[in-house]
Design a protein around this ligand. Structure first.
Ligand SMILES: NC(=O)c1ccc[n+]([C@@H]2O[C@H](COP(=O)([O-])OP(=O)(O)OC[C@H]3O[C@@H](n4cnc5c(N)ncnc54)[C@H](O)[C@@H]3O)[C@@H](O)[C@H]2O)c1
Length: 372
């Protein structure tokens, strides 16, 4: 049976992809620090091999018997990349190169690296730059996150040989329900705002373009890239996109869909200027070469999100675990306090000493932190 290693398989995309891989008959090994806890992966943990390891220490043991590696690990948005640029570079660039090198050296024939469409960002304001971009278009990323992804791409793609096929996916902003839910992605944020306060807020008049792609379509695309012959995809970049939407249009479509579901929502538009990302990209190459045609519409995805959010009880909308930067900051702060003072609910041991580790699971400070 083909064994696929998914680095970052416990994340938002990973949790959906792992289920898809299992459904398609692949055997799966997840390599993940499980920063967001194990709970979201509960549905498949007994059907995969989980290696709780840092991608910065990725080694040959992680790819033993593997037929392919998919790398979804690292920091996955602008705010977290800017929060700690060193960790961002270490994970998104250096560790991603390491994952590719280890994979190639071990004789595993295929590696797919999760890059990002944000590499294309051209901002708002210069109409001459407002054109549809493809994989050949010049790119000049401005932010730390996109810069780190591009640096990794540029090191990984030239590793291609007759026996090693590296592939890069530049995904648009992903949307849709995942058991590891994120409410910090634009359409998911709109749905969360509608459900929690009945208002969708659109910044900068919603003038910016954003390519979007649904999480289940993303999972299908990864599987497709595992199934086509290596020589077809080796050394190639593919944009993954369902469509390009102005944020204003996206908000109105979300409003209409939610109204149809009986959820009243207002759209609040803010016209003040702020630094916003804007870019639109072509998905034609993925259609032509991979045969990838997105199937899930914005409207279908919204309906499913509402249903699944309620079903799984992901209605504690202010919980930091749904927002990567909030979660990262909370974990950092907790580590600092616990490191200095020990856990609150367990008595410090020794003379004036602090307990650096919890005595047992029951004494951990909060349910949320206990999981990570
Ligand atoms: N979600 C999007 O809209 C989007 C768009 C374009 C590209 N991407 C890229 O796709 C990938 C997956 O995105 P996501 O939304 O699932 O992100 P996520 O933050 O939900 O998941 C990342 C996973 O990687 C793990 N991880 C992080 N650092 C690690 C480390 N040092 N060692 C081991 N594991 C580590 C985390 O525990 C988490 O499970 C990322 O590379 C992201 O940059 C995402």
């Amino acid at each position: 049976m083909s064994k696929v290693v998914v680095v970052g398989g416990g994340g938002y995309v990973g949790c959906v992809l792992v289920e898809e891989l299992l459904a398609m008959g692949f055997s799966v090994r997840v390599v993940d620090r499980m920063f967001f806890g194990r709970e979201p992966a509960r549905g498949f943990l007994d059907r995969v091999e989980l290696i709780d390891a840092d991608m910065r220490d990725f080694d040959a043991a992680h790819v033993e018997d593997a037929t392919a590696v998919i790398n979804l690990g690292g920091l996955s948005n602008d705010p977290t990349a800017e929060f700690n640029p060193k960790a961002n570079r270490e994970m998104n660039t250096e560790a991603s190169i390491r994952v590719a090198e280890v994979t190639k050296r071990a004789g595993v024939p295929r590696l797919i690296f999760a890059s990002s469409g944000s590499i294309y960002d051209r901002g708002v304001g210069d109409d001459s730059k407002d054109v549809l971009l493809d994989e050949e278009s010049p790119v000049e990323p401005r932010a730390a996150y996109a810069t780190s992804k591009l640096a990794a791409e540029r090191a990984i793609l030239p590793m291609a040989t007759d026996s090693f096929a590296p592939v890069v996916f530049r995904k648009g902003t992903v949307f849709g329900f995942s058991p590891r839910m994120r409410y910090d992605l634009v359409l998911n944020t709109f749905v969360k705002d509608a459900l929690s306060r009945g208002v969708i807020t659109v910044h900068h008049g919603g003038a910016m373009w954003r390519p979007l792609v649904e999480v289940r379509d993303v999972a299908r695309a990864y599987v497709m890239a595992l199934q086509v012959p290596e020589k077809v995809v080796s050394g190639q970049i593919f944009n993954l996109v369902t469509g390009n939407f102005r944020i204003s249009e996206l908000a109105l479509r979300a409003q209409a869909s939610l109204m149809e579901l009986g959820i009243p929502v207002k759209v609040d538009v803010d016209f003040t200027y702020r630094l916003v990302r804007s870019y639109r990209v072509s998905g034609a190459k993925a259609a032509r070469v991979l045969g990838f045609h997105p199937e899930v519409t914005v409207e279908e995805s919204i309906a499913r999100m509402v249903e699944q959010i309620n079903l799984h009880g992901y209605t504690d909308y202010s919980n930091p675990r749904y927002y990567n930067i909030d979660w990262m900051k909370l974990l950092e702060e907790a580590v600092e306090i616990v490191g200095k003072h020990g856990y609150v609910l367990s008595k410090p041991h020794g003379k004036g000493g602090s307990s650096r580790q919890p005595n047992d699971g029951a004494n951990r400070p909060t349910a949320a932190l206990a999981e990570s």
